[in-house]
Design a protein. Structure first.
Length: 338
């Protein structure tokens, strides 16, 4: 029996037509979702007006911008499906995407998350999907700019949040998205916590989504990326693993500090540190919660972490030269974190 699906899209700014195309792609699935929920966080209610007469779209209006994770959680609370599909408002799914993702979770009862392959508008090159989680906690779009992938579902560190299908029971068991993240890194956090709870995270190359993507280097993005990266490291890792990774984390932090200063986003980096300090009690509470409920040790997480930095946005000649050292470091951490 096919599991029921609720699809969730969050709108904040941008033209409603773009989000409308995402919704239309869900309507045209070979196995369409039984419910489509749009969270309207716009200042002028543009998405509510756009879908005003659409009987198949349930609009949840918000008087304020809750942030992406909180908006998704709000929609999940009223969703009726056994599976929850989260789709970016500027992504359109191929007609067989949802069927492929649903079949994957039906066949793999150990999996909490099945993610789609996200292609750039030319449909030949990869935007994201099989995303990387580095030893430092940095995460980026895996295989960005490479030819489209193919093959059966496979285990990954992170499935891109641009289009993921999540088992509702698992989503609720791990507490949904982390409310305080606001934006960015929420897919990393969700996959990490799912794996700590004993679930598998899968990437489905044959489930295709097209994403009109442009890498934005605004300082606000770095603020959330850096704050949320450190939140995950401090909340998710065991104390022994944090100690083992401390030299690498210190070196990466210094490198990021220098890059932030050179590129003009040092204030955003400092704001990220300040936000962590301001939220220290909430972070400590979250750490206790996760460490008290986790079912696997950190070697399971480190097995899915990468030592190499192969993102075109992060790579450098210096990193390539020390890659063998980083690989050895990873094996050391893996051996001692078991």
């Amino acid at each position: 029996m096919t599991l029921s699906v609720s699809a969730i899209i969050v709108g904040y700014d941008g033209p409603p037509d773009a989000l409308g195309q995402a919704v239309q792609s869900l309507r045209e699935q070979t196995v369409p979702p039984g419910q489509i929920i749009c969270v309207d966080q716009s200042v002028d209610g543009r998405f509510a007006r756009y879908f005003g007469e659409a009987a198949d779209v349930e609009v949840l209006a918000s008087a304020e911008n809750l942030g992406y994770p909180s908006a998704c959680n709000r929609a999940a609370r009223v969703a009726t499906g056994e599976l929850l599909m989260f789709v970016n408002p500027d992504a359109t799914a191929d007609s067989g995407c949802l069927a492929e993702l649903t079949r994957t979770l039906e066949e793999r009862s150990d999996a909490a998350i099945a993610g789609a392959q996200v292609l750039l508008p030319d449909r030949r090159l990869v935007n994201a999907g099989d995303n990387v989680l580095h030893l430092s906690g940095l995460s980026w779009a895996g295989r960005y700019g490479l030819p489209a992938d193919d093959g059966p579902p496979r285990s990954v560190a992170v499935a891109s949040g641009a289009a993921i299908l999540v088992r509702r029971s698992a989503f609720e068991a791990i507490g949904g998205y982390t409310e305080g993240f606001f934006m960015y890194y929420d897919d990393v956090d969700l996959a990490w916590r799912a794996r700590l709870a004993g679930w598998e995270v899968l990437f489905c190359p044959r489930a295709i989504v097209v994403h009109d993507y442009e890498f934005v280097k605004g300082s606000y993005k770095w603020r959330y990326l850096e704050r949320n990266r450190w939140w995950c490291l401090l909340a998710h890792l065991e104390a022994r693993t944090l100690l083992l990774l401390a030299p690498l984390l210190a070196a990466v932090e210094w490198a990021i500090f220098r890059r932030a200063r050179a590129e003009g986003w040092l204030p955003a980096k400092l704001e990220a540190w300040g936000a962590l300090w301001a939220d220290r009690r909430a972070l400590w509470s979250r750490r206790q919660e996760i460490q008290g409920s986790r079912l696997v040790r950190d070697h399971v997480i480190v097995e899915h972490m990468s030592a190499a930095v192969d993102s075109p946005f992060l790579a450098s000649p210096a990193l390539r030269r020390i890659e063998p050292l980083l690989r050895a470091y990873r094996w050391m951490v893996l051996a001692l974190a078991g």
